[in-house]
Design a protein around this ligand. Structure first.
Ligand code: 5RP
Length: 226
């Protein structure tokens, strides 16, 4: 990754911080995603930790970074209300439907996104696409089901590749599916979820982002879900 791409990720993360800051209260809980863009967000969040109560996190890596900054991290089961979830993405289309899971945290990310009232997605402009699927779609699977699920994914037109050596925070494995041209993301998300042995897939289409903050050389553009 180039340092200029890092600078764009940082400006998207800071824009997310600016977006949530006015509505933070002492007891607010902030939902935090995973990845290099979110790491910039966590660092920005740390500067304002006096403005909110705690966070919930979508990965062990983010939990560790939050705690290292002295931010309290709660179990999602102990949280009733989550105003914001801030996370990155590997791809976004114009409907703010996403491919996520490049960092293998897709299942917990999807769970926290489901709970949040507003899902704020932070990306640099390279993540915006017309049609999802150029980025291989991550699918988290129960280990013993990996080959079965892979065969079913071939049946759906994809080319599955086992992400060797990666174990998710949930103790599962990841299959990356190449060559999907995803014209109907909601339908494909549902079809893959219906394969026995699949824990979750990286299409965030049924629950897309609500707000997309896209950083480019021209500044940060704000896109709202229609
Ligand atoms: C992790 C994710 C990340 O949000 C996604 O991979 C983007 O990462 P980065 O901000 O490092 O480009 O879904 O599972």
């Amino acid at each position: 990754m180039t340092s200029s791409q890092d600078a764009l990720k940082k400006s998207a993360a800071i824009a997310a911080m600016e977006h949530i800051k006015p509505r933070l209260e002492n007891n607010s809980v902030v939902g935090v995603g995973t990845g290099s863009t979110v790491n910039f967000f966590i660092d920005a969040l740390a500067e304002y930790k006096h403005l909110f109560g705690s966070a919930v996190s979508s990965s062990q890596a983010s939990t560790e970074r939050l705690r290292n900054h002295g931010i309290k991290v709660l179990d999602l089961n102990d949280v009733n209300e989550l105003e914001y979830y801030v996370d990155g993405a590997d791809e976004s289309n114009d409907n703010l439907q996403l491919i996520k899971g490049g960092g293998a945290a897709l299942t917990r990310e999807k769970i926290v996104a489901a709970v949040a009232r507003e899902f704020v997605c932070v990306v640099d402009a390279s993540k915006q696409v017309g049609v999802l699927g150029n980025f291989a779609l991550p699918v988290e699977v129960i280990p013993m089901a990996r080959s079965y699920v892979a065969r079913k994914l071939v049946g759906l037109g994809g080319t599955p590749e086992y992400r060797e050596g990666v174990v998710t925070d949930n103790g599962n494995q990841i299959i990356d599916v190449h060559n999907f041209k995803i014209l109907n993301p909601v339908k494909l998300e549902e079809k893959i979820n219906n394969i026995v042995g699949v824990v979750c897939n990286g299409l965030f289409a049924a629950r897309p982002a609500d707000l997309l903050l896209v950083a480019s050389a021209n500044g940060v553009q704000t896109l709202r879900r229609k």
